[in-house]
Write a protein that binds this ligand. Structure first.
Ligand SMILES: Cc1cc2nc3c(=O)[nH]c(=O)nc-3n(C[C@H](O)[C@H](O)[C@H](O)COP(=O)(O)OP(=O)(O)OC[C@H]3O[C@@H](n4cnc5c(N)ncnc54)[C@H](O)[C@@H]3O)c2cc1C
Length: 282
């Protein structure tokens, strides 16, 4: 069955159209996940509601936080000046999503709402304690990304709610982030494991792991260990992280291989953060 393509002029018009058509309608951003699911007959929406041209594609900052519009592309994240230093993990993750053509059209909002456990930007956003902004018929609401994600392909978003943006606090100067991804090849590859870390000197540690379980997860025991013991605990934090996520076995990698990858990548991502903090704050 085919679908009708709609291009509303306002966010409210998009929401009310989605409210009228319910499960028969889907929002479409870049379409790089959605169209594949339609082609594979996993979804058969009768209406696609475009989110283009609604002013949701800006990345902005205030003195205290960054706000990434849901329609910002991965390419825009890669080149955004504010994401080249302490927040480089955002650029590192977006830079390895698909190829150039995909990054030019695929969006941050699509990466989040699609809720793939292998979505590369999601672990980075989790380590930044990001909050998602949603707008629906009842108005706007915001909630932590960690609570927005439920499991593979499922979030707490209602069908007529648009994810409008994702925001997070600006990190302190003596802090760093890192993103590492392992796949079966170096480019155009869905992660077998991806890991993000965020360290603040003498302060908080955040570590998140993607593609290991039914959703992207923070590994809180490993975080707490690093917060207590610092750099001396990076190796042990990797081991703890692997124990916390209990990786899956599937066609792309065995659970044992994923275990080894989680341990190694968590240790490396933490070491990379520590090195970056040291270099930028001698
Ligand atoms: C060749 C190829 C390679 C890829 N490689 C990677 C990769 O390496 N890493 C990776 O993480 N991903 C990869 N992807 C997946 C995809 O490109 C990303 O997840 C992308 O960010 C999805 O964004 P999109 O704008 O295309 O989403 P869409 O396909 O438009 O939407 C995805 C889902 O989210 C919903 N949606 C989108 N935006 C909103 C919104 N603002 N509010 C409410 N609902 C919304 C849609 O209804 C749909 O259900 C790849 C895809 C392709 C085709």
């Amino acid at each position: 069955m085919g679908f009708s393509f709609h291009r509303p002029d306002t966010i409210d018009a998009a929401i009310s159209f989605a409210g009228v058509h319910g499960e028969d309608a889907r929002f479409i951003a870049g379409g790089t996940d959605l169209i594949i699911q339609i082609n594979r007959r996993r979804l058969a929406p009768r209406h696609l509601i475009s989110l283009a041209g609604l002013g949701l594609d800006r990345i902005s900052e205030t003195s205290g936080e960054y706000v990434i519009g849901a329609m910002a592309t991965h390419d825009a994240v890669v080149t955004y000046p504010g994401f080249q230093h302490e927040l480089i993990a955002l650029a590192e993750a977006s830079a390895v999503i698909g190829g150039r053509q995909v990054r030019n059209i695929a969006t941050v909002g699509g990466n989040i709402v699609n809720a793939s456990p292998a979505a590369d930007l999601v672990p980075v956003l989790l380590t930044l304690d990001a909050v998602v902004e949603l707008r629906g018929p009842a108005g706007a609401r915001s909630l932590p990304l960690d609570r927005f994600l439920v499991e593979r392909g499922r979030t707490v978003r209602r069908p007529d709610e648009i994810l409008t943006s994702v925001r997070f606090a600006k990190p302190p100067t003596a802090s760093a982030t890192a993103f590492l991804k392992a796949g079966r090849r170096k480019a155009m590859e869905i992660s077998v494991i991806c890991v993000a870390a965020h360290l603040v000197r003498g302060g908080k540690a955040r570590i998140a792991v993607g593609a290991a379980a039914s959703r992207t997860v923070r590994v809180r025991d490993a975080e707490a260990l690093v917060e207590r013991q610092g750099a001396g605990a990076f190796h042990e934090a990797g081991r703890l992280a692997a124990a916390e996520v209990t990786p899956i076995d599937d066609v792309r990698a065995s659970a044992r291989y994923r275990d080894l990858l989680v341990a190694a990548l968590v240790e490396r991502a933490l070491a990379s953060c520590a090195e970056r903090i040291g270099k930028a704050n001698p």
